[in-house]
Design a protein around this ligand. Structure first.
Ligand code: APR
Length: 308
């Protein structure tokens, strides 16, 4: 049986996610959007690319949730992206309405699906998805940490002229400017970043990572990043469908880990066919733990605003 992956929101991140997933040939894809004709057009265009890249998958575009029935994975990217001057939190109420509807409509048709959430503010939207669908917390995961860590890896690679494959970075916390790049655990071919980079260069990379999304919003002016966020989602979906037990920074439900409760938050999580299999707990320094607490407070305040 082939896997079925439905993507709600066929905008920039949704359609780019479909593109990355098609390259991986891990399942048939359904793109759903409220705009008439657009998901159908993008799906047909992508389908017509399959003979060129030699991948046998089916891509369908739709305005009807009926087409998502029986999905193994539901990806939620529907919503408004940031414009210059906006924080991710500014999107809270508008995107909550959109995500609520997407979650209700999809769980009704795919009761066994695992949900991968991308809509911002990410940690809050993942929490909302868990509440609205009523699924076990391990079946909802949010994408943020893979992206934030990839940005940091890219910046280190640019600085050192080393392959991105040698660079491992771990960014924890909420997907906002209070995120916590763990410089102690990040390394180049096993050598801690703190030993390789002068303190001021490392601090500059940490700062650029924190503001990485905003840097792209300011350049694009009409929307937010989509290549890297979509690639990150595709990696997580692949880890789940292939039951890889891959550990990646993800927004996962915490129930005591890192001293946090009843919150979705960016932590290293092991992903497999059941969704989030395990939360990995680093031994943090007091300053790292304090930074994490500060970031968590912001997420918790936004969750409270939704009065779920
Ligand atoms: N149901 C389905 N699709 C919807 C709905 C809805 N109720 N409301 C909006 N959409 C669709 C829009 O029509 C649009 O095609 O969601 C899509 C969003 O696409 P873009 O505007 O291109 O935004 P994108 O860059 O993909 O970002 C979407 O992901 O990364 C986050 O911050 C980002 O929250 C934003 C989300």
């Amino acid at each position: 049986m082939r896997n079925k992956i439905s993507i709600v929101g066929a905008g920039m991140t949704g359609s780019t996610t479909a593109h990355w997933l098609a390259e991986k040939e891990i399942g048939d894809i359904v793109l759903v959007d409220i705009v008439e004709g657009m998901p159908q057009g993008k799906a047909l265009d992508l389908q017509e690319a399959m003979p060129v890249i030699g991948k046998d998958i089916r891509v369908v575009g739709s305005n009807d949730y009926a087409d998502t029935a029986g999905s193994d994975i539901i990806i939620i990217t529907a919503g408004l992206p940031r414009k210059p001057g906006m924080s991710r939190d500014d999107l809270l109420f508008a995107n909550a309405d959109i995500v609520r509807k997407a979650a209700e409509e999809t769980i009704a048709r795919s009761p066994n699906a695992i949900f991968v959430v991308l809509t911002n503010p990410l940690d809050v939207m993942a929490y909302l998805t868990m509440k609205v669908t009523g699924v076990e917390p391990h079946r909802v995961v949010g994408q943020a940490g893979v992206l934030d860590s990839a940005r940091m890896r890219a910046f280190v690679a640019m600085e050192l002229g080393v392959s991105v494959e040698n660079i491992h970075c771990y960014v924890l916390g909420g997907h906002g400017d209070e995120m916590v790049p763990l410089t102690r655990a990040s390394n180049v071919a096993g050598i801690p970043l703190e030993e390789i980079l002068p303190a001021d260069r490392l601090e500059a990379i940490v700062e650029r990572t924190r503001k990485g999304g905003g840097e792209i919003v300011n350049l694009l002016k009409t929307g937010s990043a989509y290549y890297a966020p979509a690639a990150a989602v595709a990696q997580m979906v692949e880890a789940i469908l292939k039951d890889k037990h891959l550990i990646v920074p993800s927004a996962a439900y915490l129930n005591g880990q890192y001293g946090l409760n009843n919150i979705f938050f960016g932590v290293p999580a092991q992903l497999g066919r059941q969704g989030v299999e395990k939360i990995i707990e680093y031994r943090l320094s007091p300053s790292e733990q304090a930074a994490l607490q500060k970031s968590a407070q912001g997420v918790a305040e936004n969750i409270a605003k939704l009065k779920l």
